[in-house]
Ligand binder design. Structure first.
Ligand SMILES: C[S@@+](CC[C@H](N)C(=O)[O-])C[C@H]1O[C@@H](n2cnc3c(N)ncnc32)[C@H](O)[C@@H]1O
Length: 292
């Protein structure tokens, strides 16, 4: 296990179970866990597939228990997994925590979609707290437009003095954020990078400036990147050194790693731009499809 960074922004390069055990109990304000889903993704050569589903769940139960142990009594826990495993997480966690929301991160289609069944267009997230009468929820920091009130300027005549419907509301439990695509600025070379916007909503809602945010499966370190930008402290744990390098660069904790200069990988369209190839592109810079 190797530790990088400062007291405020720390990266632990190592196994999540071991790293979690090394942290003090009851010390974390917000924990976001986005583990391998046991669906065969390739994390820098390590295939995300356990021998059996039971073995995957046993492993998950172990780190889920550690996460609970590390959370402060006032802490919040957001956890993701594949749709087929979420019911097991739900049953396991609701005996130990209060599940306040069962969120759906819904996204638009991209690439080849299923033709003989209904393709998967969402990922589930559980939002849990230790104490449902004492936890952070900064509703005002995450308001979204309330379509009815804002767009249609409806008036609520049930009130003593008729008033315009509120133009903002706390988001419901279906969250629409585009997946991170190759052409987006935030893109990093990782198969399951989560969008900045998703973590922004979670961190703003469930932590305050100066709080400690922990992510035991950091990947591209989106959680820590957003936590740092929002003046939170963070600890990110990750097993693969290729991804630790992304974290060190994204969090501006180092310029080099073992003698290697840390630079964002140049994407194919950027090479073409550098080489001055004025080729007609199928996509606009923001990834919008403009030709077939
Ligand atoms: C679903 S991805 C996380 C993606 C991340 N949320 C992001 O936005 O980029 C899961 C990550 O867990 C890492 N991982 C797998 N097993 C691990 C373990 N035992 N300890 C720590 N990290 C692990 C993988 O390398 C992978 O980067």
């Amino acid at each position: 296990m190797e530790i990088f960074g400062t007291d405020r922004h720390k990266i632990i390069h190592g196994d999540a179970l071991e790293a979690l055990k090394s942290l003090p109990d009851n010390s974390v304000d917000l924990l976001f866990a986005d583990p391998p889903y046991n669906i065969g993704k390739n994390f820098n050569g390590s295939i995300d597939k356990w021998k059996t589903e039971e073995a995957y769940l046993e492993w998950c139960y172990e780190w889920l228990d550690l996460c609970i142990q590390k959370l402060k009594p006032t802490g919040s826990f957001y956890v993701m997994t594949a749709t087929q495993f979420m019911p097991y997480f739900d049953i396991f966690l609701r005996k130990k925590l209060n599940i306040l929301s069962r969120l759906v991160w819904s996204y638009d289609s991209s690439g080849v979609q299923a033709k003989k069944y209904f393709g998967s267009m969402y990922e589930p997230i559980l939002f849990c707290v230790k104490d449902k009468s004492k936890y952070t929820f900064n509703a005002d920091d995450i308001l979204v437009e309330a379509k009815t009130g804002a767009k249609r300027k409806l008036i609520d005549y049930r009130k003593a003095v008729p008033t315009v419907y509120s133009s903002e509301k706390v988001p419901g439990n279906v969250w629409e954020f585009p997946r991170v695509r190759y052409r987006m600025d935030e893109y990093e070379n990782h198969p399951t990078q989560k969008p900045i916007a998703l973590l922004e909503r979670i961190i703003k809602a469930s932590s305050n400036e100066g709080d400690l945010v922990l992510d035991p499966f950091s990947g591209t370190f989106t959680t820590c990147f957003v936590a740092k930008a929002l003046n939170r402290k963070c600890i990110g744990i990750e097993l693969q050194d290729e991804y630790v390098k992304i974290g060190l660069r994204r969090l501006q904790l180092a310029d080099e790693y073992k003698g290697e200069k840390l630079q964002k990988e140049i994407r194919t369209f950027e090479t073409e731009k550098i080489a001055g190839i004025n080729q007609q592109t199928l996509f606009e810079p923001n990834g919008t499809h403009i030709h077939d």
